[in-house]
Design a protein around this ligand. Structure first.
Ligand code: SF4
Ligand code: SF4
Length: 282
């Protein structure tokens, strides 16, 4: 079972839910949590596990060989991403813009553009008991999160059995990284808060999930801090509200200290129970 945890915007409690749900669920069965919010992963702050494995992640980009090049210009023409520019006597490759499609390399009549590995980030894998944690972090300056997210999914698939509960802490928003992160999920949890901003952004996230034909439900965080519009909207549109987490100052204090909160806050434990039971009934 693959469950993605996403949100229309940041700051709604996605990290809180991901880390606490993964830890709590792992008391019952093996769980892996993958932090695929690769531009800003922060689940590790709450999970100081000992490291099992660490590896660099790469994408392949063309490397220009001046001696072989006849400056025919075909590589610049074929690239849909403006990652190759022909100057008077030179071909420039902009690594960050390259989508590794291989088109220029394969088209080049003189094999002057072989593809070479380019480091885009790092993946770390750690474990404590039944709870495994995988974190991917994009290298500073890299612009494309999608290849690293895709490689993290591949890593999890290769290292964990399908019986393991696989949770993915996804990038916020509705752009390509969020779509890539939720792509393989059997179910998506959208966490939000009952404010006009929260409602607006989660509706965008819902539309994205509808377009990609994902099954999803909503968790309302700080549920007593806003109004009832979101809950009514979900009811009218038959969108399941899996759980609500009331505002509690103690949650904020524990969170700020980098602690998991479910052991001390009964309302969080109750919400996690409801979420797990809902997903297990699917
Ligand atoms: S396609 Fe190959 S030969 Fe032609 S300009 Fe590009 S690198 Fe040079
Ligand atoms: S591999 Fe594809 S995206 Fe990258 S430079 Fe070549 S044509 Fe452009």
């Amino acid at each position: 079972m693959k469950v993605a945890i996403a949100s229309g915007k940041g700051g709604t409690g996605k990290t809180l839910l991901s880390t606490n749900l993964a830890s709590y669920w792992s008391k019952r069965q093996p769980v892996v949590l993958a932090d695929v919010d690769v531009e800003e992963p922060n689940d590790a702050l709450f999970l100081p596990f000992s490291r099992l494995n660490q590896e660099d992640k790469f994408k392949f980009i063309p490397s220009w060989h001046a001696d072989a090049c006849i400056l025919c210009g075909q590589c610049q023409e074929i690239c849909n991403f403006n990652a190759i520019v022909q100057l008077e006597n030179e071909i420039m490759v902009f690594d960050e813009l390259c989508h590794s499609c291989y088109a220029c390399s394969e088209l080049c009549p003189t094999q002057a553009l072989p593809m070479i590995p380019h480091k885009i980030g790092e993946l770390k894998h750690s474990q404590e008991g039944n709870f495994s944690f995988v974190e991917s972090r994009l290298r500073v300056g890299e612009e494309q999160a999608v290849p690293l997210i895709a490689q993290t999914h591949q890593y999890v698939d290769a290292h964990f059995s399908p019986q393991t509960i696989m949770l993915y802490d996804c990038p916020p928003g509705t752009s390509c990284p969020m779509i890539e992160a939720t792509k393989e999920a059997d179910f998506v949890i959208l966490i939000t808060e009952p404010t006009p901003f929260g409602e607006h952004d989660v509706k965008l996230a819902m539309k994205a999930m509808q377009k990609t034909s994902k099954t999803y439900g909503v968790v309302i965080n700080r549920s007593d801090a806003g109004d009832d519009h979101l809950r009514q909207y979900c009811k009218r549109n038959h969108i399941p509200v899996l759980a609500t987490i009331p505002f509690d100052r103690q949650i904020a204090i524990l969170y700020a200290q980098g602690k998991l909160v479910y052991e001390e806050i009964p309302s969080v434990r109750a919400a996690l129970d409801q979420i797990i039971e809902f997903i297990q009934r699917l």
